[in-house]
Design a protein around this ligand. Structure first.
Ligand code: AMP
Ligand code: MG
Length: 392
């Protein structure tokens, strides 16, 4: 049994980069940028009005101002503002020469359709100045960024219509177990539905890798051999098996991995849940044997598989951790493993561990805001003690 931190380092040190490709901006959500993005222009590209109103000179605002032009967004102004003149201007339109402010239409009164009067005492400038957001040539987005809608807006604004992103990696999913039936089927008295495959498929999909569902392997050496062989020959980068890694009579996964020349780098981690997690490598392919219980699969995916997938796609995954006080005391009996607990944040901003019966109890995670960990050697988290909540 190795420490979680050691297992994490072994996994992360194995990673290699998936490569990159140019794709259309429209398909870039949640992909990882494989290049720094530079701005090709100042933003805003010209001094522009922040309001619908009148572009004018501050010093004239005690006087009536003659309207000399209407400047709509997208039009270049033709006239220069001189003493006691103004141009009607729309939000986002280019400021005319001579003007040093844009007064809001709501703060003016119109006289004879030709002139305006400013009704306020104070003057706000209301101009977005050229280059105030960013200047031409600067890095606006960094390589390794996971592209969210706000990043897409920046890509669009600097004209990057085909960003270079990391290639998606392929992740095969093989649940094992004679007791498993697919969700659409009604289990017999001794069967259960396969939830792990769908848990992992959606987790892989969520981080923009390609899930590849191979199907349920039976608890036989032949079936497990056949399914892993298929996943290996289909050029999957990572293969996720669930179940069949513990001490039961039919837990054949580690044995078959060895038979397939998969080098096992660890087969047991001092964590709870997830102790019998197996990790192996064969050339450029990685194989995880995750414990069968859904919570174990979920937590080990979060702790080990997700950071690996992201690293292979060029992103350094740093889960969001927030420090908050415990709302109640929590005790555990044994402290030989680092444990991870599902918790929620109550209305007072305090951490409450969820009612959790162990690693089969995936329902406890449906109302979880995050996970907290209890280090080896510690059994108690005191009320009020500050803990790290890892968002999931
Ligand atoms: P195992 O690791 O194969 O001993 O499985 C541990 C527990 O997880 C058993 O109670 C299994 O029935 C359950 N389990 C295994 N695979 C799945 C799965 N794909 N979906 C839901 N539960 C599973
Ligand atoms: Mg099993």
């Amino acid at each position: 049994m190795i420490l979680f931190e050691k297992a994490y380092n072994i996994v992360m040190d194995s990673a290699f980069f998936s490569g990159s490709e140019h794709i259309d901006i429209i398909n870039s959500l949640n992909r990882v940028l494989a290049q720094d993005i530079l701005s090709d222009m100042d933003m805003p590209p010209f001094d522009k009005s922040a309001v619908d109103g009148y572009a004018c000179r501050k010093e004239d605002l005690n006087n009536e101002l003659e309207i000399i032009e209407i400047i709509s967004a997208g039009k270049a102004p033709e006239k220069t503002i001189l003493k006691n003149q103004c141009s009607k201007i729309m939000t986002g339109a280019m400021m005319p020469k001579g003007a040093d402010s844009a007064i809001m239409i709501e703060d003016t009164e119109i006289i004879d359709n030709k002139k305006i009067k400013y009704l306020k005492d104070k003057v706000k400038v209301n101009i977005c100045y050229k280059g105030e957001d960013f200047k031409s040539g600067v890095i606006v987005l960094k390589k390794g960024t996971v592209i969210k809608p706000q990043h897409i807006a920046v890509l669009a604004s600097v004209g990057c219509a085909r960003p270079l992103v990391s290639k998606k990696i392929k992740v095969a999913i093989i649940p094992t177990g004679d007791e498993l039936v697919e969700p659409k089927e009604k289990p017999t008295i001794s069967q259960i539905r396969n939830s792990n495959a769908y848990l992992l498929l959606s987790n892989v999909e969520k981080i923009s890798a390609i899930p590849n569902y191979v199907g349920i392997a039976k608890d036989s050496k032949e079936s497990i051999f056949k399914m892993i062989s298929k996943a290996l020959s289909d050029n999957n980068d990572i293969i996720l098996l669930t179940g069949g890694v513990s001490m039961g009579d039919y837990d054949y996964v580690p044995e078959i991995m060895k038979k397939l020349n998969i080098k096992i780098l660890f087969d047991s981690i001092a964590t709870q849940p997830g102790r019998p997690t197996v990790f192996g490598v064969r050339e450029n392919q990685f194989i995880f044997g995750l414990p069968g219980n859904p919570v174990s699969s979920f937590v080990q995916f979060e702790l080990l598989v997700k950071p690996l997938i992201y690293k292979m796609m060029g992103h350094n995954y740093k889960p969001l951790n927030i420090k908050l006080p415990m709302g109640i005391e929590y005790n555990r009996k044994r402290s030989t493993r680092k444990s991870w607990l599902p918790v929620y944040i109550n209305e007072q901003g305090r951490i409450i561990p969820l009612d959790y019966h162990g690693s089969a109890h995936i329902n406890a995670f449906t109302s979880a805001d995050g996970l907290i960990s209890i280090p080896i050697g510690e059994t108690t988290l005191k009320k009020g003690e500050i803990v790290n909540v890892r968002q999931i």
